[in-house]
Design a protein around this ligand. Structure first.
Ligand code: DX5
Ligand code: ZN
Length: 223
């Protein structure tokens, strides 16, 4: 099992590389490389070909990867009707399970169920989704994931309006122990701006895996 940090320290920046950009033919070794390079979490992008126009991986692959890393698995579900699979992702070794608000008509119930299963509960918002959907579930949340691209693919450009969105979510969160994560087009060039807007967890796919030196890429994001 992984060691999920028991304490919440918003001032500490966490780097969560997305394995969507890793070499899928050797994911086990890629996880070991990430851990050696100083990553904090492993971001796992799950796509169902329905909620987003792409397919990736599911619980069996996450379960196979679990022994290859002691880092928390931050599982981002870009799937419709995620309630059907929450227990499977928990059993596979997910530490954080993040669902999309747009895919959850009963968001309060879904988030409560994720916690009941023993995982940290996250909710993600597409770029066009207003932050107000969070207002009535703040007490059920451990993490908010602001999408800074339209989900579905790695390697897209950061949508500048996301900085405003992050600041709005940060204001809603206030002093609550809720991680604010940003995902999509995050690079060393905009890392400082997303931090300033309130994000404390930075997801990065291309910026990490397209670099020849994973450790240098992670350090550059953290600075
Ligand atoms: C997009 C995924 C992201 C993506 C990030 O749908 O949720 O996690 O892989 O990749 P980059 O950093 O390349 O935008
Ligand atoms: Zn993601």
């Amino acid at each position: 099992m992984s060691k999920f940090p028991p304490t919440f320290q918003p001032e500490q920046v966490l780097i969560a590389p997305s394995i969507l950009s890793a070499d899928f033919a050797q994911l086990g070794q890629e996880l070991q490389r990430l851990e050696a390079a100083g990553a904090d979490w492993v971001h796992v992008d799950v796509m169902d070909g329905m909620f987003v126009p792409n397919l990736t991986l599911g619980p069996p692959i996450i379960q196979a990867l679990r022994p290859h890393s002691s880092l928390p698995f931050d599982v981002h579900l870009m799937i419709e009707q995620p309630d059907r699979y929450l227990a499977d992702f928990r059993d596979a070794g997910a530490d954080v399970i993040t669902v999309h608000a747009e895919a959850c008509p009963h968001l309060h119930r879904t988030l409560s169920e994720i916690r009941r299963l023993g995982c940290k509960a996250g909710v993600s918002l597409n770029p066009s989704t207003p932050v107000q959907v969070l207002e009535n579930v703040l007490d059920q949340l451990d993490l908010v994931l602001v999408m800074s691209v339209n989900p579905g693919f790695g390697g897209q450009s950061f949508i500048p309006h996301s900085l405003h969105k992050l600041a709005q979510v940060k204001a809603l969160i206030g002093d609550r122990p809720i991680h604010l994560e940003v995902d999509g087009g995050v690079t060393p060039q905009n890392a400082e701006a997303v931090r300033a807007a309130g994000a404390n967890v930075l997801v990065a796919g291309s910026a990490v895996f397209k670099s020849a030196d994973l450790s240098a890429a992670i350090t550059a994001l953290r600075r």
